[in-house]
Design a protein around this ligand. Sequence first.
Ligand code: NAP
Length: 291
Amino acid sequence: MVQIDAATRPVTLLGWPIEHTLSPLIHNTGFRKQDLNYLYTASAVPPELIGEAVTGLRALDFAGANVTIPHKEAVGRYLDDVSAEARAVGAVNTIVLEKKGEERRLFGDNTDVAGFIEPLSPLRERIQGSDVLIFGSGGAARAVAYALLRGLAPSRLTIAARSPGKAERLADDLSPYDSGDVLEVRSLANARPQVRASRLLVNATPVGMAPDTEGTIWPNVDDFSAEQVAYDLVYRPRTTRWLREAGERGATTIGGLDMLIAQAAASYRHWTGRDLPEEAVRQALRTRTPE
Ligand code: NAP
């Protein structure tokens, strides 16, 4: 049993608001299971105080932090260095306090990139080098698009979004990583041929998330097939309507909980040097995420 004492290493989540987060449950389950003297809390930080909150991590000797909406883009300027992933995506979701002698440096990473790719590893051969489509053009879509360009060498990478202007900006920003010129933007209304042609479909919108569980980003179930992989970033519920319908047409499905755990595992490794005990975490999450 871990005691909170003078040696306890604090980690916190910086967000606004932070009520619905599962991160404290995930990380504290890991710390307890591995008997690590760490404590994970959640901090509601209004946008005007984010700079003070980040530099305070250094002063207070925190092990690090997670960063969530609306601060992911803002925190970079208060850090000493960021990873190639965080730089490319333009967002930081993990901060690590690194110590060298007396010096304390703040390093930022974006573990959504590794967290997204990890659940695809068993399917890599099936989807590597094929057409891929992402629904949405927000923060998560950015991390997903970068991860796919770097990790899966798609023959075509379509961003299908209701706001094509925002999707065009995403494509422009990621063009340095698009050496094969595979990125394209489509409106949802014009996406059908690519939905049918893509081996991997990713929902990076909140459509289908509780309480609106009847929503689906692609209601035309005839476009799904057994060759496809459907990957939904939404994890509440664990199986969304979109995922269920793709699965009923034979597609292989991946729910958002796998990415949630994988990105958390990458953050946990940064702070503790240990692997997150994933089975214990899955067990703990079962009670908090409806099927
Ligand atoms: P975001 O930055 O707000 O972007 C949301 C995107 O979805 C935008 O492109 C938005 O379009 C689009 N969208 C929203 N409602 C839509 C609708 N009714 N029809 C079509 N498009 C719609 O959010 P985010 O941070 O990218 O997150 C997206 C989802 O991924 C959330 O549900 C989040 O919980 C989930 N997520 C999961 C993980 C995980 O670990 N599993 C990690 C990150 C995010 P507009 O730009 O036109 O508004």
